[in-house]
Design a protein around this ligand. Structure first.
Ligand code: SF4
Length: 209
């Protein structure tokens, strides 16, 4: 079966090694596989997921192996991101990536494959829709800007962490002014709603590639 799986074609934007910049795994080394395409079109999207190239699953695995550090096992983070990775990723594919701690960054519109070990959900659908897709996730990361209200946590599937993630916007010059406003708003929101935690997009603040 593995031979058939290894020939499956994925549309890939990029594969790279960096540190996780947000959420509960912030600061950990990880290999990222950014898969193409999304079923949403958020106005604040910061990723061009339309530019992709085709790779077989085996080619993706080889690239991941080159970038990852075998000594990192069992904390060998492999982060499937996008775009929306559930549009392409399946349990069949993940069978080839069992040596890794498979994490997914998803918008919550679809259930994730069962072999995923860590779910980071940045929801773009209602709590009712999320409850259809998940009984629990590891973390929610809600993008937030000045004026936004978040759902009551009791309406959401269970999670280990509920993060607010201030939205970074616009060109470089404006970015810090806008992020300041969104960060201050987020901090005040958390003071009033202390079940939420702050998650800053460290990679953007520090310009980490
Ligand atoms: S769900 Fe995520 S990847 Fe898709 S458009 Fe929105 S921000 Fe971009």
């Amino acid at each position: 079966m593995k031979n058939n799986v290894s020939g499956i074609i994925l549309n890939v934007v990029e594969i790279f090694k960096s540190i996780q910049g947000e959420g509960a795994n912030t600061g950990k080394a990880a290999v990222f596989v950014r898969l193409a395409n999304c079923n949403m079109s958020c106005w604040f999207c910061d990723t061009d997921w339309s530019q992709s190239h085709k790779m077989t699953v085996m080619e993706v695995l080889e690239e991941v192996k080159k970038l990852s550090n075998p000594n990192a096992y069992p904390d060998n983070l492999l982060i499937w991101t996008g775009g929306e990775p559930t549009l392409q990723l399946t349990d069949e594919i993940l069978e080839l990536f069992q040596d890794y701690y498979n994490c997914i960054e998803t918008n919550g519109t679809n259930p994730v494959p069962k072999r995923i070990e860590y779910i980071s959900c940045s929801p773009k659908v209602s709590p009712a829709e999320l409850k259809k897709n998940f009984t629990r996730v590891n973390e929610f990361r809600y993008p937030i800007k000045v004026g936004d209200r978040l759902p009551d946590i009791s309406e959401l599937p269970k999670a280990d962490n509920y993060f607010v993630s201030p939205i970074f916007l616009g060109e470089e010059k404006k970015r810090f002014q806008q992020i300041d406003e969104n960060i201050i708003y987020s901090i005040n929101y958390i003071k009033d709603n202390p079940q939420w935690r702050l998650s800053l997009q460290l990679h953007k603040l520090l310009n980490i590639p």
